[in-house]
Design a protein. Sequence first.
Length: 349
Amino acid sequence: MSIMRYYPVLKSKRTSFFAIRDLKEETKTKIIHIFEIIPEEETKNYNKIISNLKSYLPEEMPVILDFIYLDNEDCDLIDIISGVIGNCKKEGFNVIPMTGIGRSEGYEKAINLTVKELNLNDVAIRIPLDIITPDVNIADILNVMIENIGLKKNKLHLFLDLENIDNNVYFYAADSVLSQIADSHYKTIGIIAGAFPPSEKLKDLKGESMEVERFDYTIWKSLKNTKKPFSANLVYGDYTIRDTDLPYTGTPKYIIPTLRYTKNDHYYIWRGFSTRDNSRGMKQFNDGCNILCQQSFFRGKDFSTGDRMIFEKANALNSSSGNQATWAQIGINQHIEFVVHQLANLTYF
């Protein structure tokens, strides 16, 4: 098994890269990012991911690329996947392609050909919980995939993807699946999940705050304590402070300033009013920062870049509030810093 790392799932947008650019250098050594490549409707230029990696990530940092949103799209998966992965390798990046159970035949073919043509050493496999039924033998499916990929188990990273979760019942499903795939020969076995509520579940939150349990973290922590064959080396991943779906690409009718903050076992969410209906407009975000800084769980401006930005906006209520991308950047940055800190105090991280 590899050294323990944290595996945040991020979309390949500049907001994500800005958030990780400002992480502490020590934090960067304890992360392996899983980037979901966003479909390019206009330019079709998927190699821009490489320029972002060069600008914002250390070359020695491993990174997992998942082209899941391109599956079943009208595009040449083989050219895109082999081209991006190949160019990443040329630039010196330790890049790992991700496939998964339930992907199309074309996607699997693209991954398998890329592995062979580029002589890759690692592949990540995503196991989505929603396609697993009692009559599905996950081990048999994995064995077929592994044979087609052509790599031994010690070159494979397995991730059970719980996706959106909102209660602890998912623990039992995860425990069952992990028990089936537990094998010390795999390079990595982990879970990824997202407990941060999607926007539609926040629509009634106006001018106030709420807290949501971090089921993604509490379930992983419970699985670590089961003392089963998979538990000791089980790694943790999440969707940070965003839900699991693709980001909205249209022009919103109205903007509602939203502040996201990560606590030990909960997400703190402050949400204002529509900017078109409130005299403070976008600066409501600064007001939310001011409220957060007065809470006992605020970690202080020196904890992370995200915390510093929150502190600065709280102490200059009429300064620039930024925009939705800024708010997401703040949330992602403070979340990653906190999770790495949290894991370091729980495990041999």
